[in-house]
Structure formats: structure tokens, C-alpha cells
Design a protein. Structure first.
Length: 351
């Protein structure tokens, strides 16, 4: 996460009361219904667009709102049980914190009221998603979207049928995948993901060059790489700017992170490329060990050994550093540049 982007849209011209009611449209795409007994749990700060959209939508739909002062995994379970929470929004990092609670703690709480547990904002490793579905049941909905507009939705049933998908475009949204020559990619072939929303266009305030750079025939991109399957379901690989090119091979950090995070002694992980004169880039992993666990060469060796048979060796980290706490903002987004930039500061280019 770098400099904040100012996404500016023209005023719609709608009556303010009508415009306010539109705030409930996106939650309704997930099947969320209006009125009691629905209760929405707010787990992150409101400066994050998704928290405002779904929290604001809950207000418009007449839901009771329960606010957390700050994120705490067990407190979240307590609040779900106490207030019979029916819908909430989380990020994969929060899923990992919940799953790291002792089994006896997790079994203590009644979560049966939950009907819509939405998540987005970062890639969710398949193992983490499956574990949440096993625990919370078929209420875990995933979506992919951008502040600029447009997105996809994957129901629990969609994801179980196609593990890893972020779904199909929601109404009034369109998604295409384009290769480096500007042509549509065949099903299963990764390319740059472009979206378009039918209602309003946007510009980046004060940055016309950025606005134009991300455009292609009426669609826009935020730089993500992914592919569509033959049925039109979108799968994401990684952010284009995060991709590692090592010895001419493309390596997606999200794929490596998804395997490392499943190790029981790993609380959090970031993978990125560092410069190397021979290979161009080498795979580096920075790991936050689980609580009560110290980083050590022995732990690094254990983590690497756990990748055997699950990840091609060319994608294994060449080195592992340990950190006491991973730099994430309050909404759960990884501040990867803080980890990556020091390795590139004396280089003329960052590729």
C-alpha cells in the first residue's frame, strides 16, 4: 500500500434519499436481507471502503451494528455469540488469527447465527478458506472488487465446486482478461484483469496520467493478474507489480505465501523478490512465527521441508527472515513495500 488513490466520480444527479438507498444494493447481491433480526459486526476501521460500504449498507437495511474497538479473534467470537451476529466483513489475516485459537476455545462459541461472512481485500489461501468453511459452515462468501468499481462474487457453493475462484461478475459489472498484446486470453491463460461497471465512470483525482494508464477500451485495471475458466469464473494469481521473475520464470508470491501460511508455526508471511546478479530476482520470505515461537534456522528448515511435494522447488524461498510483527494496516492489508524496498534502494530499477 502506497500513496492513497483519490477515486472521483461525477455526482449522479439522483435525489439524495434515493442515492442513499442505493447503499444497500451491493449487500443485496450476496442475498443479505433487510431488517431485524439481522446484526452486522464491524471488525475493521471505516476508512477502508469495504467496511464503509457494508457497514453503511447494514444501516440502510435496518440492521443492528456491533462495533469492535480493535481486532481480537476471541472477542469477535464472543460478540457473534452474544449479539447473534448474522453478517460481517473480514480479511484473510483475520481468518488466520481465528484459526490459530486453541481448538477448545473455538468450540466454546455458538456461531450458528452467522449467515453471511464476507471476505476480500487480499488473496485467501485455499487451505485457510476451506478451514473456515469447515468451521463456520456454508456462509463464507468471497468477492473481488476495487474502489474504482465493478467486481465478482463467489458463493460458498461456487468456491467448493471451484476452489480458489473469486467468482463471476456481479450485476452491472464486466470482467475481461487481456494479454500483453491487448488481446483477450483463452480460458485458463493468465493475463491482466480488467473490469468495467455500467453505472458511473471515474478518474483519479489530480492524476490524469494514472487514469489513462489503467484504461483499455472502456475497462480499467488495478494491475492484478488472473484468468477466467471456461465457465467465466475468475481466478487471481497476484498483483502484477508483485510478480517475481527469477531466471526468466514468473513466480507469483501469493502462491508461495498460500503454502507457507499453512505451517502451524507460521502466524503471517510475506514473499517478494530481491535482486540477484545471476537470477535477476530471488524469492525471499519474511515470516512472523506463531505466538510463543522464536525464529531460528531450524524453524526455517522445517518450513522449507513442509513445501516438499506441494510447491515446485524453483518457487521455494532462497532465504527466510523472521519478524516479530508483520506490517499490516488496521484493515489487514500487508504493507509489503516496507519489507521489499530496502533490498532495492540502491538499484536503478526495481525489476
Amino acid at each position: 500500500t502506497g500513496r492513497p488513490k483519490g477515486v472521483r466520480r461525477e455526482l449522479s444527479g439522483l435525489d439524495p434519499d434515493v442515492a442513499a438507498e442505493l447503499g444497500s444494493v451491493l449487500p443485496q447481491f450476496f442475498g443479505i436481507t433487510a431488517g431485524p433480526p439481522n446484526v452486522h459486526l464491524v471488525t475493521s476501521p471505516h476508512y477502508h471502503t469495504a467496511v464503509t460500504v457494508f457497514g453503511g449498507g447494514a444501516v440502510q437495511m435496518g440492521h443492528c451494528l456491533v462495533y469492535m474497538d480493535s481486532w481480537d479473534a476471541e472477542q469477535a467470537l464472543t460478540l457473534v455469540e452474544r449479539h447473534r451476529v448474522t453478517n460481517t466483513h473480514m480479511v484473510p489475516t483475520q481468518f488466520k488469527r481465528l484459526l490459530s485459537l486453541p481448538e477448545e476455545t473455538r468450540r466454546r462459541y455458538d456461531l450458528s447465527s452467522m449467515r453471511w461472512l464476507l471476505h476480500a481485500a487480499a488473496p485467501c489461501p485455499a487451505g485457510i478458506k476451506q478451514a473456515m468453511l469447515d468451521w463456520w459452515g456454508p456462509c463464507v462468501f468471497e468477492y473481488y472488487a476495487a474502489t474504482e468499481g465493478g467486481g465478482t462474487i463467489a458463493s460458498p457453493q461456487d468456491w467448493l465446486a471451484r476452489p480458489g475462484t473469486v467468482g463471476k461478475p456481479w450485476p452491472i459489472s464486466e470482467v475481461i482478461v487481456i494479454d500483453d498484446d491487448g488481446n483477450p486470453c483463452l480460458p485458463g491463460v493468465p493475463g491482466t484483469v480488467y473490469m468495467r461497471m455500467a453505472l458511473q465512470d471515474f478518474v483519479y483525482k489530480g492524476d490524469p496520467a494514472k487514469t489513462e494508464a489503467g484504461r483499455l477500451r472502456g475497462h480499467f485495471t488495478v494491475g492484478d493478474i488472473g484468468y477466467l475458466d471456461s465457465d467465466g469464473f475468475l481466478f487471481l494469481c497476484d498483483r502484477k507489480s508483485d510478480m517475481i521473475i527469477s531466471g526468466g520464470a514468473n513466480i507469483y508470491p501469493a502462491e508461495v505465501e498460500a503454502e507457507i501460511i499453512m505451517h502451524p508455526l507460521v502466524a503471517d508471511v510475506a514473499v517478494f523478490g530481491i535482486p540477484d546478479d545471476d537470477w535477476g530476482e530471488l524469492v525471499k520470505a519474511v515470516i512472523q512465527p506463531a505466538e510463543g515461537t522464536g525464529g531460528s534456522p531450524e524453524l526455517a528448515a522445517q518450513i522449507l521441508a513442509s513445501l516438499e511435494g506441494r510447491l515446485s522447488r524453483m518457487k521455494w524461498p532462497r532465504s527466510i527472515d523472521f519478524i516479530s510483527e508483520m506490517p499490516r494496516d488496521p484493515s489487514g492489508k500487508l504493507l509489503k513495500r516496507r519489507l521489499r524496498d530496502p533490498y532495492w534502494q540502491d538499484r536503478a530499477t526495481a525489476i
